[in-house]
Design a protein around this ligand. Structure first.
Ligand code: FES
Ligand SMILES: [Fe+2]
Length: 376
């Protein structure tokens, strides 16, 4: 007897994006980290060699197209040119287009010249950051993908990154709902009288004219500081050292005319008034492979004058940067790991829409499926 075919759920762009969405600009590395000495970074499943020649940074596939040896071991034998020479057999590539221009183990008449080609990736160096395009075809303008407030001349950017175990999508989906419980005992937040929960949490789509982009943003009617759970008690307890209500849960005064908190493609979260009033925190979840991602955080500060600028530098160094090591980033990392392990354990993930704040998780899926560039 013939079996009735079971209906197959079609894979969506979100389902397929295990190692991210390629057709976007991403932050690659702090520009001052890149010198004539090549460095390897794995982005969206692709190992890349980044190096500088004559002051300009270049990105080339890390696999030498001859036998795949890492070009990050390569040499800069021809000073003044834009080339890199593979350590194995001396195939030498022009970093501007990846073409093979010489083979040192075969002499100047080598027949391999002009035949092999390594893939190169467009880079832009702006605001002390190297931005990379790994997509197909011609890149879109950088401003289409990078928040405009970050790119302003006066903005001061501070970079921080770490590698986290887990699939990048769980971190991207986590913002609504996790804050009061995940970070309840974070060092950075001990003075906050915690919001117990959102009131009437929803999401909304915002086209941000100041910062650019289409955002999936939080929408709610404020936060409750405490709540009484029948038969259980009140949570969270009042503590004398928790003396002010977090702006995170309340409504935000605008910064340069924009104030929402949300996420945009390809997985870029923005938090207003964090880690300092009047600043924006941006973070990308950049897949290395299916199981690891680079968590890249960039704080954008807007100094009003030289004294304010000095204060920002001081505060960032002595408090903002260290405090995130004190039970904060690690807490998010543990959540990503847990969600990823669960998916591996049971072969699927879910439920993704169990309560109101899950609208953020499902909303991000929808945003990806509806708008992911070049993926439909
Ligand atoms: S593997 Fe690079 S030159 Fe042979
Ligand atoms: Fe978090």
């Amino acid at each position: 007897m013939q079996k009735t075919p079971t209906s197959q759920k079609k894979e969506t762009p979100f389902d397929r994006a295990k190692v991210g969405f390629k057709n976007y600009w991403y932050p690659l590395v702090q520009a001052n980290q890149i010198t004539t000495r090549p460095r390897k970074i794995i982005m969206l499943g692709e190992p890349i060699t980044i190096t500088r020649r004559n002051g300009v940074a270049y990105a080339i596939s890390d696999f030498c197209p001859h036998r795949g040896i890492s070009l990050s071991l390569g040499k800069n034998y021809f000073r003044g040119t834009n080339t890199i020479t593979c350590k194995f057999h001396g195939f030498t590539f022009d970093l501007t287009d990846g073409s093979c221009v010489a083979v040192l183990s075969d002499g100047p008449d080598s027949e391999a010249v002009g035949k092999l080609k390594a893939r190169t990736f467009p880079l832009e160096e702006k605001k002390g950051i190297l931005w990379i395009w790994m997509g197909a075809g011609k890149p879109v303008p950088l401003e289409d993908d990078i928040p405009h407030l970050m790119l302003r001349d006066q903005t001061v950017l501070k970079w921080r990154e770490r590698v986290i175990y887990g699939n990048w999508r769980y971190h991207a989906q986590s913002d609504a709902g996790h804050f009061p419980t995940t970070h309840h005992d974070a060092l950075a937040l001990l003075s906050l009288s915690w919001h117990a929960h959102w009131k009437d949490y929803e999401t909304e789509i915002i086209f941000d004219e100041v910062d650019g982009g289409e955002w999936l943003a939080h929408k709610h009617k404020g936060v409750a500081e405490q709540a009484d759970y029948p038969g259980l008690g009140v949570w969270p307890p009042k503590r004398p050292w928790r003396y002010h209500l977090t702006a995170h849960g309340g409504t935000f005064p605008p910064i340069h005319g924009t104030s929402h908190q949300g996420i945009r493609m390809p997985g870029l979260l923005r938090v207003p008034h964090w880690p300092m009033d009047g600043a924006f925190h941006y973070e990308w979840y950049i897949p290395i492979n299916e199981d690891y991602y680079r968590y890249v955080q960039v704080n954008a500060y807007f100094p009003k004058n030289i004294i304010h600028r000095a204060w920002i530098e001081f505060w960032h160094r002595v408090w903002v940067d260290p405090m995130r090591n004190g039970r904060f980033n690690q807490q998010d990392a543990a959540m990503s790991a847990g969600a990823t392990n669960w998916e591996k354990h049971q072969g699927k993930h879910g439920p993704m829409a169990a309560y109101k704040p899950d609208a953020f998780a499902t909303g991000f899926m929808d945003l990806c499926n509806r708008t992911a560039r070049g993926e439909s």
